[in-house]
Ligand binder design. Sequence first.
Ligand code: DGJ
Length: 764
Amino acid sequence: MGIKYLEKERLFKLDTPNSSYVCGIFDPEGFLLHLYYGKKIGDDDIRYIAQVYTYPFSPDKNNRDRGMFLDRAFFEYPTEGVGDYRQGCIDAETVNGHSGCSLHYVNHQILKGKPGIAGLPATFDVMPGAVSGEESICETLMITLNDDPTGLTVTLFYSIFEGVDAIVRSVRLENSGTSDLFINKVLSACIELEEGKRDVITLHGSWARERNIERTAISKGIYSIGSIKGESSHQMNPFMAVADRNTTREQGEIYGLSFVYSGNFTASAECSQFGSTRVLMGINPKGFRWKLEPGYVFNAPEVIMVYSAQGIGQMSRTFHDIMRDHLISGANIHNKYRNSPRPVLINNWEATYFDFDSDKLIAIAKEAAKNGIEMLVMDDGWFGKRSSDDMALGDWYVNEDKIRGGLKKLVDAVRTAGLKFGIWIEPEMISPDSDLYREHPDWAIAIPGRTGTLMRNQYVLDFSRKEIVDEIYSRIKAVLSSADISYVKWDMNRPLSDIGSYALESDRQGELFHRYVLGVYDIMGRLLEDFPDLLLENCSGGGGRFDPGMLYYSPQIWCSDDTDAIERLAIQEGTSMVYPLSTMGAHVSDCPNHVTGRTVPFETRGYVALAGTFGYELDITRISQEERDMIAGQVEMYHKYNELVRTGDHYRLTSYRENGLNDSWMVVSKDRSKALLTYIKVMARPFKRSVVLKLDGLDPNKDYRISCDKDVLCTDTGERGGNGLTLRGDTLMNAGILINEDSSDMKGDFRGLLIDLTAEDLLV
Ligand code: DGJ
């Protein structure tokens, strides 16, 4: 691992275990140009590859055709307005209304360690699993550039982590001039790729259909995604990958970018006139305008860049590793849930919606305890006069008509039943029908003089204002301090609109979106400081804010309000392309499913939820005895495999989204001695009774004992009953296993199975 500067050649080189990144200073102007990002290379001096002298009509001293050079060169941090007509990273407008910018090298520094970013979530420098950063495993390169006429100073940060094939980038702006600047655009990362046939991969969706995989060919022009909703959104996730057209799950080159931010974002891939591709990511410039006074700085959030030469799967595993070890729960790395199993919870939302009281909750808790469930979560409806989603957001005091005798009494009863207690909150919101709104109508985000748009009958609080964050936090803190509360589900049930703050000056209204996100991060940070052992689960009408920024505060995020196990296959497949399984909030819910109306066997619902955090979302007092009897076994299954699921390497084998028939994935322990395979048969087919499934991720030279919870495997003679068979890793990965779908417990649609693989050397 290492970052080096080659003094004579004026080149910077960053090496990760399997990738190299090279950029350098080019005279006479001192431009910082990008040279290479890809598979690890042994040479450092690759100046010959720079696109400086190759384009006709671009002499290096004569300025006559400079524009052509600018529009062709690969820039580390491209600017706009002075000759590069592709999309750039920065737009800094002067008080005179001009916004051209050209950046030139000033100096650089190479540091051991990794500085944090004030007010923002960011990856952190600790050994995997450690609880302090005493032993640094990071190096950081800081390159400072400036634009003389405006006095804008731009510092680019690049960090690498020992053993991780990722480079993390961020940007700091400083106004070193004497007049105000207005930053209309500041992106966080750019990568430039040579001419080639490439695809772009993104995760798109909507409510109840989040993070479905979209792959499309890049052609000349700009392909761009983003959010302008004030949150990362259900529609587009802050992730973009650019892959060779032939890249598959197992092979080929791919570059993935993931934005550590929870607000508006943009990501784009622009194919230039020469066929090269420029990929950009950062805060969405739409709705963004930041006044930067002389002497002030602005920090742009971080982008995690992953390069894989071994296909999409390897990119995903690298994202999982860096997020698990260096991002999740960074707000309080001592939080006990950062590296340990989470309690199996039961949430009352789909069980009761708003119609509950303490008796109902205690009855659920008692029944849950009998079946091994470990925590009860009281969802929406426990506060103010909240009897539907039309009222009371902001009135964070307990509704004693429902919670008779107060919260402590309820929590104590649940604790006595043997369960931990969790609670739902939605701190960022205000209902027009609330005491808070009646008292402070100007606390909602709104354009003065215009009736604000309601969604779910609520407005968004102006979290750019510290006094509002302070007041809401003190109300929430009082609730959480009043009883023994182990878990908080933090919800956000509408995006922002009508962007206006009653407190910001007119030339700072364009700061509201970003200041809002900073306010959210601030309150979440305070929460985790005051309640260090709290398990925080984020949520936004399902998975509308499932992003790396949120993972810095909460180790898990509710994936989707669609709890139908079959719908969840695509949602969880897309989510796991970037995010570790340990982050995916997944529950077994009641059937017919409340969103789709589909009925899926209880057992299959359990298999699918096992690939996430695992829990229940149903009225355990009302489901059939047969289903209730399965819960204890499922909880046991969770405990048996959770360590593997939380910490192992994830391999996707087949995708229902692609084949319309079945879905399967594996989790393999880091030492490859244990693996768990989940197979879901979605669609029954006539005359096709068996499926050959090739495994992945195993040690080719190890023998694995195979055991399946169904009698569906074939023996070495082709008979049924292959359970207990031992096969070598290379056989399992190349010849595969044979799953007999004709077995009686696999008959019909939506059937699943689990296969446990344990290395023989572990058994002896
Ligand atoms: C949306 C969440 O995704 C649900 O799980 C539930 O908490 C509701 N909000 C409550 O209003």
